[in-house]
Write a protein that binds this ligand. Sequence first.
Ligand code: AMP
Length: 288
Amino acid sequence: MRIIRTIAEVREAVRAARRQDRTVGLVPTMGAFHDGHLSLMDEARRNNDLVVVSLFVNPTQFGANEDLSRYPRDEARDAAMADDHGVDILFAPEPSEIYPDGFATTIHVAGVTDVLDGAVRGAHHFDGVATVVAKLFGIVAPDVAYFGQKDAQQVLVVRRLVRDLNLDVRIEACPIVREADGLAMSSRNVYLDPAARAQATALNRSLDAAQALADAGERNAGTIIAAAHAVLADAGIAPEYLELRDAETLQPITLLDGDALLAVAARVGAARLIDNHTLRSADRRGDA
Ligand code: AMP
């Protein structure tokens, strides 16, 4: 595996692969790898000739009071893990390579960014995501890019970006990888002390409770959400949001009909955690 720091070198490596008609898969990450990241790398490895993983803690998607300075970083460990999973290129640029002096362009995806994490973290968050993802697509020009359903809203933002700017890349969303007790894997789980780590299991348990109701035929959004709220309250968690929305448009729904995204965000101990389940109304299950 090569570790590359410059845009020029990654472009040259991708061009060489393309000359041999090799396909290119990209996995954008901020590092501190766990099995969620590795599942994306494995999927990219299975389906492409050249696998590029970007490792860049993107400063523009963090707010002033967020965790940019303490975000976990361990490039040597990450590089060893990526190498083990057959990654060809780890693209790990310095911030100045991505945002040189004079950088002046921001991409804003409207609509799907107005709610959930966009509302809580502010518009800068998804502006930062959309801008850096567009840049990575411009730099690597992958055939396919892999994202985790863990960040469900991010997947919708990236899909909108790709459609609206006619970017020639296919977006693959991969399932959420969880710890044995159900906690969604996240680089931020390292912030959890043992008590908070135990408390954090309530997020997925709350989504499970809501899903169980939906599976039993409940279609009323308020009833479904109340079941999830009860589990969180039991664990002493007041979520930043817990909402059921259309899985494509993120418009609010009152009745479960087709696919809906049940999404939660909460501060647990020293971490801000997010999780989600996609719910499907009982009458639609079994549809393709
Ligand atoms: P991050 O490094 O947190 O920006 O994540 C890089 C990619 O890995 C994003 O597309 C995430 O959605 C994805 N990812 C993070 N956690 C998980 C997880 N538990 N399961 C699946 N994908 C994940």
